[in-house]
Design a protein around this ligand. Structure first.
Ligand code: NAD
Ligand code: IPM
Ligand code: MN
Length: 355
């Protein structure tokens, strides 16, 4: 029986509450589909930083190389500046492992009301492909003269031809396997931002290789409006690091809750481990109450097993999530229920055995 080594990083806040539910469902899926997952726990987090001064040990990245995938909860906690916790753990993993695609599905499930009036499942069903290693999230820049009247902050956005082309290529390849075969580019090239005309040129160049795929583009400002007014227009939406970040919170909000949204930080060449985590953060406002929705974490687990080569297990997890929502099973408060994190996780783990 094939065995896969998985690094578990619960991280902070609700990450520690939802990750065990993800593991519970993965274990049930692995039993049913005859493969083994060998989990190793890492306590890398803001708590660890407060005790040891580091989010992860100096050889942390080296340690992670021994794993096929990383399953992460969330990073960040009040009292530790976000730039310290994030640059100390989440961002190095995404960058140093060249996880240049952040794949984030957006899907309205049967039984979950959308905040958009009259929207039905099937009408909100698309993918955000977010560039995950460069763009606006660059390390070039910083703050100077803090506390003086000359104070300023500056950050250079970096778009390389290699970095842009590879994420665009992923988006088109991905769209060649979807039903709608449609890629939309998120841009802002109306003459103000220098990087975006370059992004558009690379997009125009890339689309020539995919004549069967419909390709269009919108400026990011009107694109957010179209997400709300016309979510049924979209299939694969590709965007820069910051645009993709924003679109991948807006999308899930249309599907009921950010709590259901999953993501894969993918190194498509499989040279390094990929990392799977919910889109949401550590949610300090609800942490400790055990009311966080575990579906984003559980669905991220489905993306992970698909990446490991078990599409049937991934589909079963997705069917179990859908079934738990349709059949009036327990649901958490963000979806209007009063179920707790563990009850929802247990219900989905039970469904995955048979659904
Ligand atoms: P957040 O996603 O943690 O929370 C935003 C809101 O959504 C909160 O009201 C929260 O209660 C709710 N929410 C989030 N996940 C939920 C779930 N599973 N079930 C029910 N409700 C849920 O975003 P934030 O408040 O902007 O950030 C909090 C911390 O998390 C910060 O330190 C931030 O940097 C960090 N963060 C980390 C990640 C990550 O690890 N990938 C992602 C986003 C934010
Ligand atoms: C996400 C988060 C992160 C991001 C933060 C916590 C750095 O918002 O995973 O979407 O912006 O990438
Ligand atoms: Mn985000």
């Amino acid at each position: 029986m094939a065995k896969h080594k998985i690094a578990l990083i619960p991280g902070d806040g609700i990450g520690k509450e939802v990750l065990p539910e993800g593991v519970r469902v993965l274990e049930a899926a692995a039993r049913r589909f005859n493969f083994q997952l060998e989990f190793t726990d890492f306590d890398w987090s803001c708590d660890r930083l407060l005790q040891t001064g580091k989010m992860m040990p100096d050889d942390g990245m080296e340690q992670l190389k021994a794993f096929e995938s990383i399953f992460l909860g969330a990073v960040g906690w009040p009292g530790v500046p976000d730039h310290v916790s994030l640059w100390g753990l989440l961002i190095p993993i995404r960058r140093d492992f060249d996880e240049y695609v952040n794949l984030r599905p957006v899907r309205l499930f049967e039984g979950v009301p959308s905040p958009l009036a009259n929207r039905k499942p099937g009408e909100i069903d698309f993918w955000v492909v977010r560039e995950n290693t460069e763009g606006e999230y660059s390390q070039i820049g910083g703050r100077m003269f803090q506390g003086t009247d000359m104070e300023f902050a500056i950050q250079e956005a970096i778009f390389t031809r290699k970095g842009v082309d590879r994420v665009l290529k992923f988006a088109f390849e991905f769209a060649s396997k979807t039903k709608k075969k449609h890629v939309t580019s998120a841009t802002k090239s109306n003459g103000i931002i220098h990087t975006m005309p370059f992004w558009d040129e690379r997009f125009a160049e890339m689309k020539k290789n995919y004549p069967d795929i419909k390709a269009d583009q919108y400026h990011i400002d009107i694109l957010t409006a179209h997400f709300v007014r016309n979510p049924d227009w979209f299939d694969v939406v590709v965007g820069s690091n910051l645009f993709g970040d924003i679109l991948s919170d807006l999308g899930p909000a249309l599907t009921g809750s950010i709590g259901v949204a999953p993501s894969g930080n993918i190194n498509p060449e499989r040279k390094f481990p990929s990392m799977f985590e919910p889109v949401h953060g550590s949610a300090p406002d609800i942490a400790g109450k055990w009311i966080a929705n575990p579906i984003g974490q559980i669905w991220s687990g489905a993306m992970m097993v698909r990446h490991l080569g078990y599409p049937e297990a991934a589909e079963a997890i997705e069917r179990a999530i859908a079934a738990s929502l349709v059949e009036g099973g327990p649901r958490t408060r963000d979806l209007g229920g009063n179920g707790d994190t563990k009850t929802v996780g247990a219900a989905i783990a039970e469904l995955v055995k048979t659904v």
